[in-house]
Design a protein around this ligand. Sequence first.
Ligand code: SF4
Length: 179
Amino acid sequence: MGSGAQDGEWPTDCARCFGLCCIALAHQPSAGFPAVKVADTACCHLNDDFRCSIFATLEANGFPVCRAYDCFGAGPVVSARMRAEWGPWTPELVAGAKAHLDGFRELARMRMLIAALRREGSDDAIAVADRLAPIAEAFRRTGRVEVDATTAQFMRWHEPLISAILVPLKQQASNKGGA
Ligand code: SF4
């Protein structure tokens, strides 16, 4: 539930999201999140209208990771699918919607990787990002991250590059207490 990157068709718009990061992600006590939070449970600060009750004072309450987190537009996309599928959601119902929460985690990770690859900017990084972008886009139609065999092989060839980009991101997330 952060400030968010704005990327064309992928706005990080919390107003269009069922607080998916506040439900799907797990946290350990750390400098960025002061309590244990199990994945697929609604944070105790998430209101029934999917807004954070302490958003204005996250840092003062010890939750800076929440503002720093960016789903790179995954939340609104998954929420749109959920909204189309079934009318009124509550945080408790969302917490039980495992397939959607799995989809959110996968899509957010992929979008984060695409953004990091584009930032890295080498020809190889851009080539991998260009391979992944249509897969993320296809999620809108299918609700799944589906990687075909050719792309999987392409990704394996570029595993050293992807690992070099992912390891610092994971380290950063764990330092912040993110999942
Ligand atoms: S403290 Fe607020 S922003 Fe952070 S997980 Fe809980 S409800 Fe979401």
